[in-house]
Design a binder for this molecule. Structure first.
Ligand code: ARG
Length: 669
């Protein structure tokens, strides 16, 4: 049985064809306002022009709508003839008997009447993508949660989804990671951990002054930087003189004392700070085989050094690189598991994987005349963008963009994607549009004559603090995702604990912990998905954990409430059917229930998770109104069973909706 939208679509398509001999999309959507009807077709507006062109006679959308209605046959679907509103919207009101049948069909269907895609696709979703040696921060929350919703919705619709965690595990940053590790190795070796800790604490605030820094303040800051370099550089040099090959200090440290991600992040940040210091350019370190290099040069030297060794796992640097990735991924995985997202270690396919493909990308684009040389660099100009995409720097290094171009080819040719979705922040929009345009120009979006892959960027806004600025810790640092999630669980636990006091019997501690995790993590995720993703939002535990309002706990509570109705009624879920819809509030609830399928499909097409949130909130609201005015357990049969069936379908729809958002739905809370 095709869905409501499919049936309406087919009927309208036929009417349009019969009226004008034209094939056109009837543009069926669920009505925003039930006063006007349940569904609407917006086809008349666009058709007016086409019909006028075809016949040469002038016409307007209202006349078009009338002509469509004259041919339209909705059969059982609608109780009355659709009416025309405004410039030519056609409003459709569904028939009650038909609604009852559809509700029972949904009750009997595991998939709640949501059909599998007629033409399933292979869809690649590029999301999360943290960088090596960096703890995930709140910025990664959005890509991870939004991307995972796409994965779930597209999979539910029967598509083959390939998750790609495009981790930042390549490039110049690794030189600074290495330098940080080296400092830690030396400090550990000499038992000078306290000394290093002191430098770290002093160095970080010195990197950047305030925007309105005075010349005097800057001089003071640079002097403080120099004081640190005066201490570090000779210390660094002495260690190199003692162990030039790294076999005495560095190797044992890498083998047996490799830091966890939290520490790795600190060391990396420290090395980034000191190499960015003003006089890092003129502080020279001498190495017997690598020669003389400034502290600043040393970082990029290390990076290319590792890359040239091609990540040789038998070399110290290769080992350090692999361990950095491992440590990062392991920590990220713990967060993915806690968040309940589907990413696994097998989905990590980072920038380094494309290393071997980079020279080919550049040479092909040069040969095709798509890339050109400019000041020793290979660049590609894309129409509409002033700055070109640099694909090979003048020093021979490749860029983030080259890697993304290689990824385009891999996703098209090897993964055989029909659709690729990039869940990446709005700040990378230009970059990705350039990559897509270049890929298309090179023909890399076609794996063969019959298959063209589409590329979509789904940008999203930022997470703000209550002050409306980017969310920061009180000390001004980035908020670590792991800590944020812990806090969410703690807040939720307090809430559950309080509620549990009114329950008899109260929840066990274990039960409370489980519910707190579902509620706390669910609240964070839902709050992130709830509005159009392009906008920013203010992070607030209080708002996201509120039990009234459009929040996860509200929906979870609505779900748990229905579960408790069944427990009280002593009736098994799934054992009853809808027999009639008499009360207007029953009819309203029924109509909302039957919009689930259109909603899920619209999320898949437009890649807007908030469509589903808005829907679930509307459903929970319709249920509340129904439940407040229609007695369920107290009703006589057959009304009692029929209403229980409505309750059941409501709970199942909320649960399925929350599943698609990756949010748990406890039966009790
Ligand atoms: N690692 C990047 C970052 O943290 C995001 C990567 C997004 N995906 C891509 N194919 N460029 O900014």
């Amino acid at each position: 049985m095709p869905s409501i939208t499919d049936q309406l679509d087919a009927a309208f398509r036929k009417a349009i064809r019969d009226a004008f001999e034209l094939d056109a999309d009837p543009l069926i959507s669920a009505s925003a306002n039930p006063q006007f009807g349940d569904y609407q077709s917006n086809a008349a507006m666009g058709l007016a022009k086409k019909v006028a062109e075809k016949t040469g006679a002038k016409t307007n959308p209202r006349q078009i709508a009338e002509a469509i209605l004259a041919k339209l046959d909705l059969g059982e679907l609608a109780s009355e003839t659709p009416n025309i509103a405004g410039p030519g919207f056609i409003n459709i009101r569904l028939n009650t008997g038909w609604l009852v049948n559809e509700l029972n069909r949904a009750l009997a269907d595991q998939r709640l009447n949501v059909p599998l895609a007629a033409h399933p696709q292979t869809v690649v979703v590029d999301y999360s993508a943290p960088n090596v040696a960096k703890e995930m921060h709140v910025g990664h929350l959005r890509t991870t949660v939004i991307g995972d919703t796409f994965v779930r919705v597209l999979e539910f619709l029967g598509n083959k989804v390939i998750r790609q965690n495009h981790i930042g595990d390549w490039g110049t940053q690794f030189g600074r990671v290495m330098l940080g590790l080296w400092y830690d190795a030396v400090a550990t070796h000499k038992h000078e951990e306290a000394k290093l800790a002191d430098w770290i604490a002093r160095a970080l605030p010195l990197v950047k002054g305030p925007d309105d820094e005075s010349a005097d303040a800057r001089r003071v800051r640079f002097a403080a930087q120099d004081a640190i370099l005066d201490a570090i550089v000779p210390w660094h040099q002495a260690a190199i003189d003692e162990d030039p090959n790294g076999t005495g200090i560095f190797e044992p440290y890498i083998e047996s004392s490799f830091p966890n991600l939290k520490r790795l992040d600190v060391l990396y940040t420290f090395a980034s700070a000191v190499t960015a210091f003003e006089s890092a350019k003129s502080r020279i370190i001498k190495h017997p085989t690598h020669g003389e290099k400034s502290l600043k040069e040393l970082a990029s030297f290390f990076a290319t050094f590792v890359q040239k060794q091609n990540l040789d796992e038998n070399r110290q640097e290769g080992v350090a690189w692999h361990k950095s990735i491992e440590s990062t991924l392991a920590t990220c995985q713990a967060i993915y598991d806690k968040l309940g997202v589907k990413l696994t270690p097998a989905d990590a396919y980072g920038e380094s994987k494309y290393n071997d493909a980079l020279p080919g990308v550049v040479s092909e684009l040069l040969a095709a005349g798509i890339a050109q040389m400019s000041d020793g660099a290979a660049v590609v100009f894309v129409e509409g963008y002033e700055a070109p995409l640099i694909i090979r720097k003048s020093n021979g290094g490749y860029s983030y963009g080259t890697t993304d171009l290689a990824a385009v080819r891999y996703r098209v040719n090897t993964l055989k994607a029909d659709r690729v979705i990039y869940v990446v922040g709005a700040t990378q929009s230009q970059h990705l549009q350039q990559v897509f345009a270049i890929g298309k120009r090179a023909g890399w979006d076609r794996r063969d004559a019959a298959h063209t892959t589409t590329f979509e960027h789904t940008p999203f806004g930022s997470v703000l603090g209550e002050d409306g600025k980017l969310l920061r810790t009180r000390a001004g640092g980035t908020v670590k995702l792991a800590e944020l999630l812990d806090e969410a669980e703690d807040c939720a636990f307090a809430l559950v604990h309080e509620k549990s006091a009114d329950m008899s019997p109260p929840f066990s501690t274990d039960q409370m912990k489980r519910i707190a995790r579902a509620v706390g993590i669910g609240a964070v995720k839902y709050f992130d998905l709830l509005r159009d993703r392009i906008g920013d939002y203010k992070f607030s535990f209080k708002a996201m954990l509120s039990l009234d309002g459009n929040t996860a706990p509200y929906l979870q509570y609505a779900h748990a409430r229905v579960c408790s109705i069944f427990r009280k009624a002593g009736v098994m879920r799934g054992s009853t059917a809808v027999s009639a819809l008499a009360d207007p509030n029953e009819i309203s609830l029924a109509k909302v229930l039957l919009k689930f399928e259109t909603t899920v499909n619209s999320v898949a097409v437009e890649l807007k998770p908030h469509f589903l949130c808005t829907y679930l909130y509307e459903l929970a609201g319709a249920f509340s109104t129904f439940y407040a005015s229609c007695p369920v357990i107290q009703s006589e049969e057959p009304l009692r069973s029929s209403r229980l069936a409505l309750c059941d379908l409501t709970a199942r729809t909320i649960a399925q909706g929350l599943d698609l958002l990756g949010i748990e739905h406890p039966e009790q809370m």
